[in-house]
Design a protein. Structure first.
Lengths: 391, 125
């Protein structure tokens, strides 16, 4: 049995190919993110989607389409196969008939970041990396610390000093060296990059290594599987670094190439940001290909406080290609939606997840979604990690 | 006639990357490795756009931008300035824009974005 059909890495900007057997960050020629490419022709012949469905639950049951070549290097803490829940009370309230939430809070470390970091740390281990570094708005740091601990790697984290307390403590508990900085994630990214270059740490910043997006893309596989190999009409996704949005779009392309989808109509992708930090929304409204750096970024949703993603052009391209949209919501509407999700459906969502419900309400007002459409919100993490911010 | 772009940057790797990228599009790159020599080149040459690193070995990029904007050479008061930093300090972007820069970019510089940003001010020759 082939463990992985990974064939090579390819630059998302200039198309130059790189070997997956060597450590890479991003394209040194044009400084765009690298993406993993698989031999999908061979996978199509040899891999049975229904056999994957029968396997033991977890992200790694999709191992043929993930980048780790040797099973021994898979670091597994239970990530993946999060529930896709219907939202009957909100459906009634909003006069919709097919509303769901993909609840990522049940991942290890309480957020969707576990998926990406499981893939990245596993691959880093496979390639012989000994120490990893990350700038984070919070949850990615906690996830990296946990997976690095499990993999036996040293971990160093730069995070804003106003990061939720849970993220700071979970990172330290897992043995990571945590530096709290007076700034936001873009400032942390500069410091992490500097330390990585000076001391030889491997930088697992969003899209500055090729594999986090591979873990995140599995959310797309799981959605297709849950809907009997059809895709929803609309996916509403909170966008900071944008790995999940780009990853799912990549997953849908791979599923099409594998011939696994019953219908190939793809969803309209909705990128949700906070009004206090909405570079993707601003760029989308202008029809731009890149985002301007967002100055004075402020929002209670720390995961959305990303002034400019390294993969902004991929995020925007995916939104345009999907005929989707981008929408900014206020912190007040995020908090109101967080209460609604908890009190009506029993889901204590992270502010970033609650932002998707706030966005949906706006989209209904704009008649951008239709009552009968199959709509999926993404709750990217547990509200329990933000108690100091929401209480 | 090619357009002159002045890049003020002390890191040779970044300088080489940007030089290759812009010359491949027909621009002429003028180079300066610190703030004061950058100001000198800007005074002496016809410059259509300035790429300005913020962390320079002598005066920082903010000061360079301020001096350009208050220059007696009228063209420099309005020349487009794109600030480029490793954003290692809080509020780099805000400070760069306050100092008179038109656009802020953070490293690593995506070459396609650089082309787009430059072309927005100076059409490809």
């Amino acid at each position: 049995m082939t463990q992985s059909y990974l064939s090579h890495l390819e630059c998302s900007g200039c198309g130059k190919q790189y070997s997956h057997n060597q450590i890479h960050t991003f394209c040194p020629l044009c400084q765009s993110p690298l993406l993993s490419l698989y031999d999908l022709k061979r996978a199509r012949q040899n891999v049975d989607r229904d056999e994957i469905t029968r396997r033991k639950k977890g992200m790694w049951r999709w191992h043929e389409l993930l980048p780790v070549l040797n099973e021994e290097n898979q670091i597994f803490l239970g990530e993946g196969d999060t529930p896709l829940l219907s939202l009957p009370h909100l459906e009634k309230e909003l006069r919709l008939s097919n509303l769901f939430v993909k609840d990522e809070s049940s991942n290890p470390t309480g957020s969707f970041k576990a998926r990406g970091l499981a893939a990245a740390i596993s691959k880093a281990k496979e390639l012989g990396v000994k120490k990893v570094i990350i700038p984070t708005a919070g949850n990615a740091g906690g996830a990296m610390a946990a997976y690095a601990a499990r993999a036996g790697l040293r971990a160093h984290i730069f995070m804003p000093k106003d990061t939720p307390f849970a993220n700071i403590e979970e990172s330290r508990m897992a043995g990571a060296e945590v530096i709290l900085i007076d700034g936001i994630i873009s400032d942390a990214a500069g410091m992490a990059g500097e330390k990585a270059r000076a001391e030889g740490w491997f930088d697992v910043s969003t899209f500055k290594e090729p594999y986090r997006v591979e873990g995140k893309k599995v959310m797309g596989y799981e959605l297709a599987e849950a809907f009997d190999w059809q895709l929803p009409d609309v996916i509403i996704y909170p966008t900071g670094g944008g790995t999940g949005l780009v990853g799912m779009w990549k997953a849908f392309a791979e599923l099409e190439a594998l011939g696994w989808l019953e219908k190939t109509k793809r969803p309209r992708m909705v990128s949700v940001q906070a009004e206090g930090c909405a570079p993707v929304v601003k760029a989308f409204q202008k029809g731009a290909v890149f985002c301007d750096f967002w100055t004075n970024a402020q929002t209670i949703a720390s995961g959305l406080r990303v002034p400019k993603s390294f993969a902004d052009h991929l995020i925007l391209q995916n939104i345009y290609d999907s005929e989707g949209t981008a929408i900014a919501v206020s912190d007040e509407s995020i908090l109101e939606s967080q209460k609604q999700l908890a009190s009506m459906e029993g889901i204590f969502a992270a502010p970033e997840g609650a932002a998707t419900l706030a966005a949906l309400k706006e989209l209904i007002k704009q008649d951008w979604v239709h009552p009968e459409e199959r709509i999926v919100l993404f709750n990217t993490g547990s509200g329990l990690k933000y108690l100091d911010h929401v209480s | 006639m090619s357009s002159n772009i002045l890049y003020i940057e002390d890191n040779p790797d970044n300088m080489m990357l940007v030089q290759r990228a812009l010359e491949s599009r027909g621009y002429c790159l003028l180079k300066a490795v610190n703030g004061l020599s950058g100001l000198q080149v800007a005074q002496q040459e016809d410059v259509d756009l300035i790429l300005l690193d913020i962390n320079l070995p002598d005066i920082d990029g903010y000061e360079v931008a301020r001096r350009l904007r208050s220059s007696s050479k009228a063209a420099l008061v309005h020349v487009p300035i794109i600030a480029i930093t490793a954003n290692a300090l809080k509020g780099d972007a805000e400070k760069a824009l306050d100092a008179g820069c038109d656009v802020y970019m953070s490293k690593p510089i995506n070459i396609r974005e650089l082309w787009a940003r430059v072309e927005a001010f100076v059409p490809m020759p």
